[in-house]
Design a protein around this ligand. Sequence first.
Ligand SMILES: [Zn+2]
Length: 336
Amino acid sequence: MTKIYGKKVAMQRIESFRSSGRMPHALLLYGPKGIGKHVLADYIAAMYVCEDKAHAPCMKCRSCRLAMEHGSPDIAYPIPGIEAEHAKHTERSMVSLLREFIASCYAKPIEGSTRVIVFERLDKLSVQMQNTLLKFIEEPLDFNRYIFTADNKAPILQTVLSRVTAVSVDPADREEFSEALTEFRPEDGHVITAERVSELYDMFGGNIGAATEFEAGGENVQYLAAALKACEATAARRELDCLLALLSVKTRDELFDTLGSMADIFAQAAACKAGAPLPGAFRNHTKSIAESFGLDAITAMYNELNRLYGKSYTNPNQKLFAAECCGSLFSAACRN
Ligand SMILES: [Zn+2]
């Protein structure tokens, strides 16, 4: 069976919905990138389609296996397909492709009695897309269930939030983190020592996905390296270095993730200013932001990061946008 690390509180909530027979129509799983929202979404999707209702998800029946392989005809992950179709035929808008998909969901599920629709990265979807989804979830059909995931709740419309049951997905504790990292083998096969596990825990708190990606040294941690550099530069009030860090990411998606990670660190710094203990993840960066600025400035910069984060997906020119981000971040700091 797939081991679900961490996420204890989230799992308990899901289990209590399930055992009381009150699974919400629309669930939103939210938490930082790498925390395991997608693993959890797959698990819940399997729970819905499992043939063994008393032990769902049993992870043994055909429906569970298909669910974990993303091969179930009753579980849809429409967003990547819509994005790909839109990239191929740009004259077809994302919204019209989404409407087409929604129309197909009014038919009954193919194999079982429930269809599960997983919308990944709700926070990345435009206001228009979110409004289209809103109409869909406002008039739910009995056989459709929705699971949304998001790194950040800020860009999600209030109207959408009011229609979903939001479940926060939390980091693993130190013990589970150690177990997962010790089992993890990067592609080059190097063994992760206990000292290294402890270093990674200090850096990432219990975020197993982020730590394993970082340890594997892949391209997809560029955003994190950029976010950490940009935070260091901001704490030292070096605007040019902050700009260079934001310019170092290659794609718009990475810039989006960079801003999201910075917002997480600023949120932690604000909490520290208000008396919370230093967090597990990005402790040193959080500390230097908290020491460099007052609470008002940190809050203003955090708000600015969230505003920019909401905007970054639609902004056409990445380099100009990086410059705008840096400029507005520093002016928010100066005004406060
Ligand atoms: Zn099953």
